[in-house]
Design a protein around this ligand. Structure first.
Ligand code: PHE
Length: 345
C-alpha cells in the first residue's frame, strides 16, 4: 500500500510537468486526485489495514496529496501566465506601425482652416474668444435683438435642448452669442474673433451639415464706421486668399446689425471672370456682416452714443470647401483617409 502511494507520489511531478496546456493539467489532476483517481482508489483500502500500517499509510497519503496539490497549483500558475502572454501577443497593437507608407496623421481640414483664420486675424490685431455650444435663448437670440416669435427666428432652424422651460436652452445656431459674452465679460475697445462649432436642424446634403463651424468677428470702439468694416474685410480677404482676390458688400438683413450686408469675395475658381462654381457671377458669398445694432449695445449695457462697432460671421467649412475646390461638404466628415490625406499639414 505505502509503496503504491510513494510510487504515485514519485511519478506525479513528471506527469504534472508533462501537461502542456491547462486542459491537460486538469486531466492529470483528475487522474491523480479525482474521485475516480488512483490515490482515491488506494484510500479506500486504508481503512481495512491494521492500526499502525493504517496510520503510516494515512500519513503517506496526506503528504503525497499535499505535494501533488502544490505541484499542480504551481504548474497551473505557469501555464496561465504562458497563455496570457500568448493572448497579449495576439492582441498587441503596434502603434508605431507604418501602413502603406503613411507615416503620421495630420490636422483635419477644418482644424487647419480654423488655425489659419485665427493666425490671420491675430496678425491684424484681433484677440480670440470662445463660448459654449449649449446656449440660452438670451445669448443666441434675445440679446441679439431677436425677440421670441420674431419672424427672423426662422433664419435659424434651431435644435432645442430638453432642459428648463421649453425652448429656453439650445445648441447655438451661430457664433454670434459669443459677441454678447465678449461684450458682457469685457470692456471696449474690443477687437475679437470667435471661431466655433454651430448647430442647425438641417438635413445633410452637398452644401449643408447639421453641425458646422463659423468664425465671428466683433469690433467695438469709439468712432467705428461702415468703412472700417469694409476695409477690415478687404484686408482679411487679401491676407487670407492672396492679393488677386477682393471683397464686396451687398445690402442684406440681420436683426443684430444695422445696416447689414452680405460679404462676397471674387470666385476662387475663376478669380472673377465667371464660371460654373460662381454661377457666372464672378462672386462667392462668404457670410454676413454689419454695424452692431444699437439695441444689442444697450442689451450689454453699452451706450450707443459712446460706442459703435461692426460684426461679421462666416462659415468656416464652406470657406475650406471653396478654397480647396471640394464640391460636397459631407466629404469633410466621413473620415475617409483617402480624402483627408489630400490635405497634409
Ligand atoms: N450670425 C449670422 C449667421 O449665422 C452671421 C452674421 C454675423 C451676420 C455677424 C452679421 C453679423 O447667419
Amino acid at each position: 500500500m505505502i509503496d503504491d502511494i510513494t510510487r504515485i507520489g514519485a511519478e506525479a511531478p513528471g506527469r504534472i510537468a508533462a501537461a502542456s496546456t491547462l486542459d491537460e493539467l486538469r486531466a492529470v489532476e483528475a487522474e491523480l486526485l479525482g474521485k475516480k483517481g488512483e490515490l482515491t482508489a488506494l484510500k479506500k483500502g486504508i481503512g481495512a489495514l491494521e492500526p499502525e500500517p493504517r496510520r503510516q499509510a494515512g500519513l503517506a497519503m496526506n503528504e503525497v496529496r499535499a505535494a501533488i496539490d502544490a505541484a499542480v497549483a504551481e504548474r497551473r500558475a505557469a501555464l496561465e501566465a504562458a497563455e496570457r502572454a500568448v493572448t497579449l501577443a495576439a492582441e498587441r497593437l503596434d502603434l508605431t506601425e507604418v501602413v502603406g507608407g503613411r507615416e503620421r496623421g495630420s490636422l483635419h481640414l477644418v482644424t487647419q482652416t480654423w488655425d489659419r483664420l485665427v493666425d490671420v486675424f491675430t496678425g491684424m490685431g484681433f484677440t480670440v474668444a470662445e463660448g459654449p455650444e449649449v446656449e440660452t435663448d438670451w445669448y443666441n437670440f434675445e440679446a441679439l435683438n431677436i425677440p421670441a416669435a420674431h419672424p427672423a427666428r426662422g433664419m435659424w432652424d434651431t435644435l432645442y435642448v430638453d432642459l428648463g422651460d421649453p425652448e429656453t436652452v439650445l445648441l447655438r445656431t451661430h457664433t454670434s452669442p459669443v459677441q454678447i459674452r465678449v461684450m458682457t465679460d469685457g470692456e471696449p475697445p474690443i477687437y475679437a474673433v470667435m471661431p466655433g462649432r454651430v448647430f442647425r436642424r438641417d438635413t445633410a446634403d452637398a452644401s449643408h451639415m447639421p453641425v458646422f463651424h463659423q468664425i465671428e468677428g466683433l469690433v467695438v470702439d469709439k468712432g467705428i464706421s461702415f468703412a472700417d468694416l469694409a476695409g477690415t474685410l478687404e484686408s482679411f480677404t487679401s491676407a487670407y486668399f492672396g492679393g488677386s482676390i477682393h471683397s464686396r458688400l451687398r445690402p442684406s438683413y440681420f436683426p443684430f446689425t444695422e445696416p447689414s450686408a452680405e460679404y462676397d469675395i471674387n470666385c476662387l475658381n475663376c478669380e472673377g471672370r465667371g464660371c460654373r462654381v460662381c454661377a457666372n457671377t464672378g462672386w462667392l458669398e462668404l457670410g454676413g456682416c454689419g454695424m452692431v445694432h444699437p439695441n444689442v449695445l444697450r442689451n450689454v449695457g453699452l451706450d450707443p452714443e459712446d460706442w459703435t462697432g461692426f460684426a461679421f460671421g462666416f462659415g468656416l467649412d464652406r470657406l475650406a470647401l471653396m478654397r480647396h475646390g471640394v464640391d460636397d461638404i459631407r466629404e469633410m466628415y466621413t473620415g475617409d483617409v483617402r480624402f483627408l490625406e489630400q490635405f497634409p499639414a
